[in-house]
Design a binder for this molecule. Structure first.
Ligand SMILES: Nc1ncnc2c1ncn2[C@@H]1O[C@H](COP(=O)(O)OP(=O)(O)OP(=O)(O)O)[C@@H](O)[C@H]1O
Ligand SMILES: [Mg+2]
Length: 272
């Protein structure tokens, strides 16, 4: 290799750098310690699930990744961006364009049609032309199987349909990764499957996803890696077959035994 080739070839460490990296993240709200030294990595094109009891800090952790809350200690990186160093609203908006976030509550604009809900951010925030944004929006509605609802208002849709619109809306910003925070928790059981199908397809297409979920079977099926958190710490993490099939910690075992099974109709969880 000559000098120019050596210069052009990225160092292996850079190539393998995770898209999201948290190191020793500590966060307290007043006297309440919520994150107590979180280490987590998400590589490009991978799906990572975070499971754990209520109050263990899962949503807070996702909020840290988008800069919505600021930890007191530790390191958070999204690609080359040091999230904790972002100060201005402009810098934070730039990060949030790259990181899609879908919540339990769909938060669609009730006075806008489905299509308008998908067009508004790309045109207003990213400065894309209306025609471009609309073309993308229609393709995304096809992807989430809601083309026939483009002129409907959110209030005219089922919960599962609204959540699929919310996922399409996140995709409309062409994010580098998407965070899903219990996106099926508020849905009635019949519509859970249709939302999980959309997420499953995104994962298969190589979208980088972080999923906080109580749907254990779904997490087991779609994830490349699973973290189990409790009390603001990662108790253990590993490939789903290992974490669900042979958890190393008593706490994980207890949690998984008590967790309600998912509604995906997959094979039952292996119990340790
Ligand atoms: N803005 C806030 N101010 C004070 N305390 C907060 C705030 N946000 C979260 N907490 C506390 O932090 C802890 C972790 O909350 P978080 O929402 O991250 O948990 P979670 O793992 O997502 O739980 P769940 O599974 O119920 O959604 C909880 O004890 C919660 O009460
Ligand atoms: Mg939560």
């Amino acid at each position: 290799m000559n000098a120019t080739e050596a210069f052009l070839k990225p160092a292996p460490a850079v190539v393998n750098l995770p898209l999201v990296q948290l190191r020793d993240v500590h966060l307290a709200f007043g006297a309440t310690e919520v994150l107590r030294g979180i280490d987590l990595e998400v590589h490009r094109g991978r799906a990572v699930s975070i499971v754990g009891p209520s109050g263990s800090g899962k949503s807070t952790l996702l909020r840290c990744i988008t800069g919505l809350v600021a930890p007191q200690r530790g390191e958070i990186r999204v690609g080359e961006t040091d999230v904790r160093s972002l100060r201005t609203e402009g810098e934070l908006i730039a990060l949030r364009k790259r990181v899609g976030f879908v919540f339990q509550q769909y938060n669609l604009f009730p006075h806008l049609t489905v299509l308008q809900n998908l067009v508004i951010a790309p045109t207003r925030v990213s400065g894309r032309s209306h025609a471009d944004a609309e073309r993308d929006a229609r393709a995304l509605l096809e992807k989430v199987r809601l083309s026939h609802k483009e002129a409907a208002y959110p209030g005219e849709l089922s919960g599962g349909q609204q959540q699929r619109v919310a996922i399409a809306r996140a995709l409309a910003m062409r994010p580098e990764l998407i965070l899903f925070d219990e996106v099926t928790s508020a849905l009635d059981p019949e519509t859970v499957g249709e939302v999980l199908t959309v997420i499953r397809e995104l994962v298969r297409e190589g979208m980088t996803c972080v999923l906080v979920t109580h749907e254990m079977r779904f997490a087991e099926e779609v994830s490349d890696h699973v973290y189990f958190t409790e009390g603001g710490r990662v108790v253990e993490h590993g490939p789903p077959s290992r974490l669900f099939g042979a958890p190393a910690h008593e706490r994980t075992r207890n949690f998984l035994q008590r967790a309600p099974s998912g509604a995906t109709g997959l094979s039952p969880l292996a119990r340790a």
